[in-house]
Design a protein around this ligand. Sequence first.
Ligand code: AMP
Length: 479
Amino acid sequence: MKAMSDKMILEVRARLCVQVEVTEGSKPAASPIESFEDMNLHENIMRDIAFHEYDKPTPIQCQAIPIALSHRDILGIAETGSGKTAAFAIPLIQHCLNQPPLRRGDGPIGIILAPTRELAQQIDKEVKAFSKSCKGVRASIVVGGTNMGEQRSELKSGIEIIVATPGRLIDHLQQGNTVLNTISFVILDEADRMLDMGFEPQIREVMRGLHKEHQTLLFSATMPEEIETLAEDYLNKPVHVKIGAIRPTANVSQHLEKTTDAQKIDRLLHCIMEEKTAAERSGHPLPLTIVFVERKARCDEMSDALCQEGIAATALHGGRSQNEREGALRDFRQGRVNVLVATDVASRGLDVSGIAHVINLDLPRSFEDYVHRIGRTGRAGTTGRATSFYTDRDSFLVAQIKHALQELEKGNELAFATGKAARKKEREAAAAFRDGLRADGSDPTQILAVADKYKHMAVSGPGAAEISTAGAADDAWDD
Ligand code: AMP
């Protein structure tokens, strides 16, 4: 391929809305490449890309794949939905193909760490899809909630790529089921979320155990200070790659509807029935819809209520078994059910293409969770809708959302930012909001309601020590 001039490189990056910066004193980063054919990929990978029906690379792929193939470390800022999984999976597979074949008992060549079982499963699926034709590249998934013995024998048989959640990987390392010192390619996906979930010690343990010569790609949706520190500690002169235009919220039209607790369920049923009728009128099924609710029990109730109305719905929450959850997701993915009623367990990372509508029957507890929820639609360049029912109790969060929408209108890219720094700002705003209410003599019951709802955000004052900084409480399951 003809070399690009510096001016052309800048033009292509601007068109793709990709920002690239190299660490001071390091050589320029590889140019973006806008077709898979020009990337010099192994023919078997090309076959699998064609099989996947990916016509052309997404912006992050155009830029990150050539940089990774030039053996540079990457600090990538990209959301799920931008195509980042293939952006790191393809160079990793190519890297494995360039290594001598493994023998039984050898440690892996590459490792991908992800925060949750669900995300690890999605990554594993994608790695397997792009290495289907590559006989010498086997991937294995190592996550909690599944049989340790089966994973052990797979690991011991000599596999090239491990996709893991940090906790379970450490368990296997401690049992001597695999080793780290053969690894030459590491990917940390959704690193900000792994840190949020308290996996920093495990990540550091893995990074410390690696052979000196290795390449690292770190992807994060946000860039809080602790990610910068992690990158400084473990990345070697990384190229910073940031995807600007694909914000999860930019192509999602957001509607807020005031209601009361008593009316909420009727409003939801009405809204879904209306959509179903409209879709059927034009000969289509009800588009894929996620309904977020606060509690597991409500999740089951709502999905039953929808089924009674003749709507194919299923529930996804941490109270269901692993098999049930996988079955629910599979049915939803394949369109056998049109509505997935979920707690916040589905709000991050979950990638189901074609979700047209996200409905918040209950608003989440924090702005950050709201952003992650609505990011389930409008993915990979499509448009989506989000409808949120709110009551008086949600006044602070609704004010934040309205403000962020105004900011987005004005072109403020960070209006829907997430991450630790954004959360700190949110806590400060919540405290100011409380103080403001007190100062203007507002209804004290309202103050209490707001303070109670947002107490997990408060950083000072009585009870601060027991305050949880975790996201939604009723929803997570352990890995
Ligand atoms: P990710 O950001 O990796 O979660 O990907 C988001 C969605 O985009 C997934 O459903 C991918 O299958 C899809 N995708 C990734 N790369 C491409 C591509 N080059 N062309 C079309 N779809 C893609």
